[in-house]
Design a protein around this ligand. Structure first.
Ligand code: THU
Length: 139
C-alpha cells in the first residue's frame, strides 16, 4: 500500500471528494457520495454518484472519478489512492463493483473512507478485495 502521500495531498483529496459529493445526482437514494482519485501522475480526479430512473444504471462516485481519469487521458492510469466521502456519521465502504474497478487500475491502492463523523477508514484494496481477479490473470 502506498504510504508516501503527504498530509497536504490527503487533505486536498478529502476536500475534493467532499465537493464532488455536493454535485451528486441522487434523487432516488438521496445518498450523496463523492470520490477523489490520486493518479500516479500526481493529478487528482473527482466524481460523484449519478443515478437513473432505471435504478440498475446508477453509477457510483468512485467509478465516475476513475472513468473521468481515463477519459481525461491518464494513460496508463495507476491509482495510488481513492478517497470516498459521504455526509454521514460513519464512513462508507466502496461497493463490490467499485472495488473491482479500483483494483483494475491500482492493485496497490490505498482506499480512505471519510465522513462528517470522526471515523476514517484507511485500508488497502487488497484488504477490501482479497484474492482479486485482475489484468494479470489474463496475461
Ligand atoms: N454509492 C456510491 O456512489 N459509492 C459507494 O461507495 C456506495 C454507494 C452510491 C450508489 C447509489 O447512487 C447510492 O450510493 C446508494 O446506493
Amino acid at each position: 500500500m502506498n504510504t508516501k502521500i503527504s498530509p497536504a495531498k490527503l487533505a486536498k483529496l478529502r476536500a475534493l471528494a467532499k465537493t464532488a459529493a455536493s454535485r451528486a445526482y441522487a434523487p432516488y437514494s438521496k445518498f450523496r457520495v463523492g470520490a477523489a482519485v490520486l493518479a500516479g501522475s500526481g493529478k487528482i480526479y473527482s466524481g460523484c454518484n449519478v443515478e437513473n430512473a432505471s435504478y440498475g444504471l446508477c453509477n457510483c462516485a468512485e467509478r465516475t472519478a476513475i472513468f473521468s481519469a481515463v477519459a481525461a487521458g491518464e494513460k496508463p492510469l495507476k491509482i495510488e489512492c481513492v478517497v470516498v466521502y459521504t455526509p454521514t456519521k460513519t464512513a462508507t465502504a466502496p461497493c463490490g463493483a467499485c472495488r473491482q474497478v479500483i483494483f483494475e487500475f491500482g492493485p496497490d491502492s490505498r482506499v480512505i473512507s471519510t465522513c462528517d463523523g470522526s471515523q476514517e477508514v484507511d485500508v488497502s484494496i487488497d484488504a477490501l478485495l482479497p484474492g482479486a481477479f485482475g489484468p494479470a490473470d489474463l496475461a
